[in-house]
Design a protein around this ligand. Structure first.
Ligand code: 6GU
Length: 255
């Protein structure tokens, strides 16, 4: 998969792909990440990329010409590319959006800066607008990196055989169970005995129960859209009863 990232700060992007899983993915061809400096497409001695807003007001607006030239250049090579504007006004990114973006062979990600991007870019070129959450960043670059990371790790072969995207939190809508490695005893804290038992069925059940309990306690709203088996529902009802029993001992709670 191809990620073309239009930005005024290409160094912010490159730094992310020099290490770890994403570097390996670039090295063995699973992904290609191309930071494109919008300034390279700006005309004139000063290669200006922003200007004052019509109608007045504070802040600067990114000019349409350099961004348009950068998009045209990318589309010449990848005519089928899907163009995304990173903006707090976009649809909120999550695991489902990440899976949805996997269908495109090439993504052009436009990182806005300053107060925003000239509206005519959105009208003419943008297929989709994405935000990574309800807070304001100084620019879209961190959002582009979040999206490239989350989408890349879903591409078959990008994660090695040892780690599977399928087993993670959110793949089935639940939070992950707790993980332990050696040493067995660390500063007085022990690894749960069941994980040392070698009983794979018991371990599977313990992990599933832990996932369900964590989700119930930390992110109960996730349970509504998760895929639960009959066994899961039984476990949840058991947990729910136990929680209610404890709470009943404390007068004044409204459960
Ligand atoms: Cl995509 N851009 C900016 N500037 N701020 C954000 C964002 C994007 N997503 C959340 N906050």
């Amino acid at each position: 998969m191809n990620f073309i990232i239009l930005t005024l700060f290409p160094d912010m992007i490159s730094s992310m792909f020099g290490n770890g899983v994403l570097k390996r993915a670039v090295d063995n061809g699973g992904i290609a990440v191309t930071p494109v400096n919008i300034r390279d497409f700006a005309e004139g001695k000063h290669r200006i990329t922003d200007d004052r807003p019509y109608g007045g007001g504070c802040g600067m607006v990114m000019k349409p010409e350099p961004i348009t030239a950068a998009i045209r250049s990318a589309k010449k090579e990848f005519p089928e590319a899907y163009t995304i504007l990173l903006t707090p006004q976009g649809r909120i990114f999550n695991q489902k959006v990440a899976r949805d973006l996997l269908q495109h062979k090439t993504l052009i990600l436009i990182c806005g800066r300053y107060e925003g991007v000239d509206e005519r870019i959105r009208e003419e070129w943008v297929n989709d607008e994405v935000s990574i959450g309800d807070y304001i960043l100084t620019g879209g670059e961190p959002a582009a990196l979040v999206i490239v990371d989350a989408v890349s790790r879903l591409i078959p072969g990008v994660l090695g055989g040892e780690s599977s995207a399928e087993e993670d939190s959110f793949s089935d809508g639940l939070l992950e169970y707790p993980h332990y490695t050696r040493p067995r005893s660390f500063e007085g804290a022990e690894v749960p005995n069941i994980l040392l038992s070698g009983d794979h069925e018991k371990i599977r059940q313990w992990r599933r129960k832990s996932s369900l309990m964590r989700t119930l306690l930390k992110r109960p709203e996730l349970l509504e859209s998760s895929s639960l088996s009959a066994e899961d529902i039984e476990l949840l009802e058991e947990l729910d009863l136990r929680i209610k029993k404890v709470l009943q001992k404390y007068p004044g709670n409204d459960m």
